[in-house]
Design a protein around this ligand. Structure first.
Ligand code: URA
Length: 244
């Protein structure tokens, strides 16, 4: 990993602001490899140098994993010339990380999106071979028929060359605009919208509420994100209800 300013590293890995960190360094309570460092600008490699703050070693995280509650109107990309991206929602403290969205939600889809800088992990959870379930709430503009549910359960063609493997669907409310919970195991382009479209239905709202065995944290408002704990990472990967 490249060297970075000591104050930047400390601000990213502690609850202190950049300003507070500078003050702490100048007070002489930060050591790097056993040497007191008084200059917040000093460049340090946090991956291989030992940083100690007030006697306590700094926990270096090789990768970060953020759960974002994606709002409507932002794109699941790292950059876009016209539209705000999910990375624009990530707090400044992660700006030195090369985060990217693991998978994508459409611009108008809300809910659980994982942001990480761990390419292997992202590959694993997205690979159709690993069958990580993704659970959505979909509200549609007409009745959900028995025929539709059977087709979802069996797998169906959704246009072009694409054919979805078996999915699960549970109707949660059956009004004029029914809502269903849908679980899919792949991530094809506009997959859920195209599955309903096959039966002449338009998806009015779509929210991802769970990935693997990990639910979207209800405490996260739209546009907010937070780091996952190691246990949550396992839940995400395992897909079963929190069992490890
Ligand atoms: N299926 C869709 O149609 N859109 C999404 O954003 C996710 C799944």
């Amino acid at each position: 990993m490249a060297k970075e300013r000591l104050d930047k590293i400390l601000a990213a890995q502690t609850a202190f602001s950049r300003k507070e960190v500078k003050e702490l360094v100048r007070r002489g309570i930060v050591q790097v490899d056993g040497r007191k460092v008084l200059s917040p600008e000093e460049k340090v490699d946090a991956a291989c140098q030992k940083i100690v703050l007030d006697g306590k070693p700094l926990g270096y995280k090789k990768f970060v994993y953020l759960m974002l509650n994606k709002p409507q109107g932002v794109v699941s990309a790292t950059r876009d010339r016209e539209t705000k991206t999910v990375l624009d929602l990530v707090p400044e403290q992660y700006s030195h990380r090369e985060l990217f969205p693991a998978g994508r939600l459409d611009k108008d889809t809300v809910g659980f999106l994982l942001l990480t800088d761990d390419g292997n992990f992202a590959h694993d959870i997205l690979s159709p071979r690993h069958h990580i379930p993704k659970t959505y709430l979909a509200t549609v503009d007409g009745p959900i028929t028995q025929e539709l549910m059977e087709a979802f359960h069996q797998g169906l063609p959704i246009g072009g060359e694409d054919r979805c493997s078996p999915a699960e669907i549970t109707v949660l409310n059956d009004g004029e605009h029914p809502t269903a919970e849908v679980v899919i195991y792949e991530g094809m382009y506009h997959q859920i919208k195209r599955m309903f479209q096959r039966f002449g239905l338009t998806v009015l709202t779509l929210k991802r509420i769970k990935m693997g065995g990990l639910k979207l944290d209800p405490a996260l408002s739209l546009g907010e994100c937070r780091e996952l704990t190691p246990e949550e990472l396992l839940q995400l990967k395992n897909g079963s209800k929190g069992t490890v």
